[in-house]
Design a protein. Sequence first.
Length: 414
Amino acid sequence: MPSTLIKNIGAIIGVQSKPSSFKKGAAMSVVETIENAYILIEGDTISAFGSMENMPERADIIIDAEAGLVMPCWCDSHTHIVFAEGREGEYVDRLKGVSYEEIAKKGGGILNSANKLHLKSEDALYESAFNRLNEVIGMGTGAIEIKSGYGLSTESELKILKVIRRLKENSSATIKSTFLGAHAIPMQYKEDRQKYIDLVIHEMLPLVAGEGLADYCDVFCDKGFFTVSESDQILKSAAKYGLKAKIHANELAISGGVQVGIANNAISVDHLEAIGQEEIDALKYADTIPTVLPSCSFFLHIHDAPARRMIDEGLGIAIATDYNPGSSPSGNIPLLMALACNNMRLIPSEAFNGVTINGAFAMELGESHGSISIGKKANLIITKAIPSLDYFVYAFGSNHIHKVLLNGKVVNNA
Ligand code: NIG
Ligand code: FE
C-alpha cells in the first residue's frame, strides 16, 4: 500500500474525531482547523494528520501543498446528472415571463427531458454523464448521489440506472443511486394517474430492486406532481424492497411532503423552499435530514428555503446542488456555498458543513466521508495559497482549487 504525505498545509479545514457526527444548530458554525499541518495517507485512507513539527519523515509520494488549505471533498447529496440535453430554451422562456409550472403543464420541463432521453442510447448518456461527473470532481466533489427520473418508462428508467451503475464502476467518486420513477406523470397517463403509479410500484420497483440498481427511492411530492398519498404508496412499496426513502418536497407549495417523508423514515427531505413552522417543528423530532438547494432557488428565481431559521432553531441541514437541466444546471459547489451564504445568510463555516459532513450523512456516508478523520477516505481538496475558508467563499468568482485527491490519488491538477 503506497503512502502519500501532504506537507506544508496552510490549514486543514474540517477535522473531526471519529465517530464523526452530523452537525446541528450552533454546531453547524464550528469547523475544526489545524494550522501549518501535514496529512498522511495509506492507500486510499487518511492514516494520520497533525502539525508540521510532528510530520513523519518518509512516504512513497510527497505532495507539497505550498501553504494551500486542505479540505474534505464535497459530498453532493442530490443530483440528476444523467440527462440528454440542456433546456436553455425553457430558460429563455422563463426570462421572458413564463413560469416553471406553466412550462411543465404544457409538456415541457421534466417531460421534455424524458422525451429527449428516450431517444438517446445508454452509451451516449453514459458519456455525457461521465463528463459532467468529471467536471464536478474537478470542482472538488468526491461523493455524489445521482437520481433517475428523466426516463418515466420502465425501459428508460432502467437505462438511466444502468448508466449510474457504470459510473459507480468506472469513476473514483463515491456514488449513491436513487430511483425517481415518480418524477412526473407522463402525458399518456394524465387521465389515469394511478395507472402510472401502479407501473412504478408493480413493474419498475421490482426490476430496479431485483437488479440492485438503486440505493434509495425518491418521489417528487409537490403541487402538480405527486400527492401525499401517492408518494406514501410509492415510498411504502419501495421500503418493502429494502429501498430507503428520499423525497423532493415543498419546492412549489406547502405540500405535506416533509411530513410524508418523515413518516416514511426518509434519509432526507429535499428542496423546502415552501415550508412553514409546522414542517420545521416536525423536522426537530426526526432523523430525516433537511436538504436545501440554493442554486435551484437562484436559477428558478424562487424563495430560498429558510435555512438560516432552520439552523437558528437547532436543525442541521445538508446543502446540495440538485445539478439537473431544468432547475439547476450547475454542479459547482464553491458557487453553491457563496449562494448559501449570500442568499440564505449562512456563514461560510455553516455552508461548509452543509456540503461536507452533513451532505455525507444525507447519503449515509457520514462514517467514511465528509471530514478529515483517521480512517476516512482520502478524498481531499488542496487549494491554492489562500488565507482561509471565509476567503474561499468570499472570493466567489475565482477558482481556488489546486488539486483534488480521490481515494488518495490526485485526479486533477489545476
Ligand atoms: O429537483 N423538482 C423536481 N425535480 C428537479 C428538477 C426537474 C427539472 O426541471 O428537470 C429538481 O429541481
Ligand atoms: Fe432534484
